[in-house]
Write a protein that binds this ligand. Structure first.
Ligand SMILES: CC(C)(COP(=O)(O)OP(=O)(O)OC[C@H]1O[C@@H](n2cnc3c(N)ncnc32)[C@H](O)[C@@H]1OP(=O)(O)O)[C@@H](O)C(=O)NCCC(=O)NCCS
Length: 373
């Protein structure tokens, strides 16, 4: 038997051509395109295409994807009914269940051909966004917003969420956040999705596994914990004190640390800028200042850097997004990466089935009948 590595740290669990990370140098790229280049130049639909296909779309390919995403975004009536009945539901639970439900209304759900799986990936991208915005509309007593086909993915998301067309700055900020969260190699939720896909189960089951894994506070759930921390702080001195006390108690602070990065997460570099710019624009500069003090203090005491969830929290808050939608929004973006990985897994599959080192009772225990135990 091989050696055990707690949490599979450093274990290479498979080959992939989708995403590259150098955790020591802080390099992240999707299909060879550096995340800094993508954050600066790409729109989210280009990144979706890139992750799925491996090359940047030519204009007709991009137009086609945009058209397809618009064409398939309507939700089955039964899913809308389900959302209407869940006004008090936890948004990640609602999302996980609704995405799982989609398979029941997809005539191609059990078709495992590459073509059908690609079409399902397009539907999952479009409909997941609609589930998140539709759920929020319904739980706040608002009617569903039909999308605007002239808007891109991110602008349409904000439009169907709020009922208002975002201005250019808001749209671009949200789009950059989408680009930054789209993929991250074998993170816990992508691994979960690939484990399910590797049994040759369908793409909806695989994605449902991924959403379940993303929910946890050690993964995508951290962004919600970050904003709760920030909103609870009175001033910068309190930020320093609370960080010190928390670290002294050996309790983890959300938004810091990473399994792979040993330097700054390159996504945090961009989100820090967005957080500052949007904070200034929307009157939430204080959140940015508190974030900076927290960041400096954690770095000073523990040597840890902020991760993707730290500045995405104040960025989303400044965009006016409800706190409990932060993690579902992570899912909307990561859907691009999850589906790319599931499609890649199907193309070159082998069942993923590791071993455990057994630490329980030795074999050969004596059986005692129930009445005599
Ligand atoms: C991301 C995370 C789960 C990675 O966990 P991991 O690779 O198993 O790292 P470990 O828990 O082994 O931590 C290594 C060391 O850093 C410390 N550490 C890691 N993250 C920390 C945090 N957020 N706050 C305080 N200390 C932290 C640990 O206490 C440990 O310190 P020690 O060696 O003195 O005991 C972890 O950093 C974490 O829980 N972060 C907060 C949640 C979060 O932001 N998640 C989103 C990740 S993108």
């Amino acid at each position: 038997m091989g050696t055990i590595t707690a949490g599979l740290e450093g274990v290479i669990a498979g080959e992939s051509e989708i995403c590259y990370i150098d955790g020591y140098q802080g390099i992240l790229s999707y299909r060879g395109y550096n995340i800094h280049t993508l954050a600066e130049k790409a729109v989210f639909e280009e990144v979706i295409f890139l992750l799925w296909n491996g090359w940047l779309p030519k204009q007709p390919e991009l137009d086609r994807l945009k058209k397809d995403l618009v064409a398939v975004r309507e939700l089955p009536a039964a899913v809308i009914d389900f959302l209407s009945g869940q006004v008090k539901g936890n948004p990640m639970d609602v999302l996980r269940t609704a995405v799982s439900m989609l398979s029941l209304y997809d005539p191609e759900a059990q078709d495992m051909s590459a073509e059908a799986n690609h079409r399902k990936a397009v539907r999952l991208m479009a409909q997941t966004a609609n589930i998140v915005t539709g759920f929020n509309r319904l739980r706040t007593g608002n009617p569903l917003m039909p999308g605007d086909p002239s808007l891109g993915f991110s602008a349409n998301f904000l439009y169907t969420l709020t009922g208002k067309r975002p201005d250019e700055v808001m749209e671009r900020a949200f789009d950059v956040a989408m680009v930054l969260h789209a993929d991250h190699e074998l993170n816990a939720s992508t691994f979960a999705a690939r484990v399910t896909a590797a049994t040759l189960s369908d793409i909806y089951s695989s994605i449902t596994s991924g959403i379940g894994a993303l929910k946890g506070p050690l993964h995508g759930g951290a962004n919600q914990e970050v904003i709760r921390w920030l909103l609870d702080l009175g001033d910068e001195d309190e930020a320093v004190e609370r960080v010190k006390n928390t670290l002294a108690r050996k309790v983890k602070i959300p938004g810091f640390g990473h399994r792979v990065y040993r330097t700054e997460d390159p996504r945090a570099t961009h989100l820090r800028v967005l957080s500052e710019e949007l904070g200034r624009r929307t009157g939430h500069e204080k959140l940015f200042r508190l974030s900076r003090r927290m960041e400096e203090t954690v770095k000073e005491i523990k040597g840890l850097d902020a991760n993707v969830d730290f500045y995405s929290a104040s960025t989303y808050y400044s965009l006016g997004i409800p706190i409990d939608l932060f993690t579902p929004i992570f899912a909307v973006s990561r859907m691009a990466g999850w589906t790319a990985h599931v499609l890649e897994q199907y193309r070159n599959n082998r069942l993923i089935r590791p071993r455990a080192e057994y630490k329980g009772n030795p074999d050969g225990q004596t059986w005692i009948p129930v009445g005599k135990r």
